[in-house]
Design a protein around this ligand. Structure first.
Ligand code: BJW
Length: 252
């Protein structure tokens, strides 16, 4: 039998769990071809967050920030969910109460077919007007001329991506639901996140404090690895399908 990188305890716990909560980060979409933020070659190596991912940068240079997000939105739309996203769809079907909390803005969990998804940092495929707050139409998401900012077709206000920048509040109610899911979880999986951005990075620690079995899946140990029950080193797209298959085998 081929060796698996996770413990039998994790498989048993998942097979018996009534409530499972999962936190995902950019690493789960890496195998779909979407760059992470902090890995070598990641987005923050090429672009500094203080220049692009905050509201003052946006107000200072809306064309630049809009152009960067427009590019990333098009990349996200042309990429497809991978085996890691698909395995979480399968896991959701096995568990009575399943919550998928994601920091990702790429929409890939929704497109894979996950149902109970909490998008803590928004969704890059949506844009809205900072003035009238109406959702932007697809036609408005094309600059009228090179070097001009994209504006609302209703009121002329600047359009921004529906993502959460540093110093901004998370979508109303999302963190509260995520906290509750972490507190109630029998098993909590933290997948493909460096776990340095708060409040999301606190969720595995909350789950641990409230008694969950917490496992991390990452190609390297994250900032919270020493606090969890099990660190599984490997690519999410390789580990997750094997893990879900093992849980399915134990349940029959
Ligand atoms: C693989 C893999 C494979 C690779 N398989 N794994 C001081 C201390 C503590 C907190 C703060 C502080 N000062 C300010 C704060 C709060 C701040 C914060 O956390 N800052 C820290 C960075 C210091 N947080 C906020 O501001 C948040 N809001 C908030 O707190 O509101 C309340 C408040 C308001 C006002 C004042 C004070 C408080 C908002 C955070 C918003 C984060 N936004 C971003 C950008 C979104 C838009 C965009 O996409 O551009 O969200 S930042 C960026 O980081 C993005 C991500 O969701 C987030 C997390 O990154 P993630 O997903 O972990 O990616 P990476 O690249 O870091 O890691 C990838 C991992 O995958 C790595 O570990 C790899 O090893 C692994 N991997 N391939 C498995 N195949």
């Amino acid at each position: 039998m081929m060796a698996v990188p996770f413990s039998h305890t994790l498989v048993e716990r998942l097979a018996q769990a009534r409530r499972v909560a999962v936190l995902t980060g950019a690493g789960i979409s890496a195998e779909s071809g979407i760059p992470t933020f902090r890995d070598p070659g990641g987005l923050w190596q090429k672009f500094r967050p203080e220049e692009l991912a905050n509201v003052s940068a946006f107000l200072r240079n809306p064309e630049l920030v809009q152009g960067w997000y427009r590019h990333r939105r098009l990349v996200a739309l042309e990429k497809a969910p991978n085996a890691g996203h698909d395995a979480l769809v399968a896991l959701e079907k096995l568990v009575l109460d399943f919550t998928l909390v994601t920091q990702n803005v790429d929409d890939l969990h929704n497109r894979a077919g996950s149902k109970n998804v909490l998008e803590l940092h928004g969704n890059i495929t949506h844009n809205y007007c900072i003035n009238c707050e109406r959702a932007a139409t697809d036609e408005a998401l094309v600059p009228l001329a090179e070097g001009t900012a994209m504006r609302c077709h209703d009121c002329g206000g600047l359009l921004r991506p529906d993502v959460v920048w540093f110093g901004e509040m998370l979508p109303e109610g999302a963190m509260e639901k995520a906290e509750r899911a972490a507190q109630r979880a029998d098993v909590f999986l933290s997948i493909g996140t460096s776990a340095v951005v708060y409040p999301a990075a606190g969720l595995p620690l909350t789950a641990k404090k409230w008694g969950a079995y917490v496992a991390e899946i990452n190609v390297e140990a994250s900032a919270i690895a020493s606090y969890v029950d099990e660190v599984i080193l490997g690519k999410a797209g390789a580990v997750l399908p094997k893990l879900v298959e093992a849980v399915e085998r134990v349940r029959v």
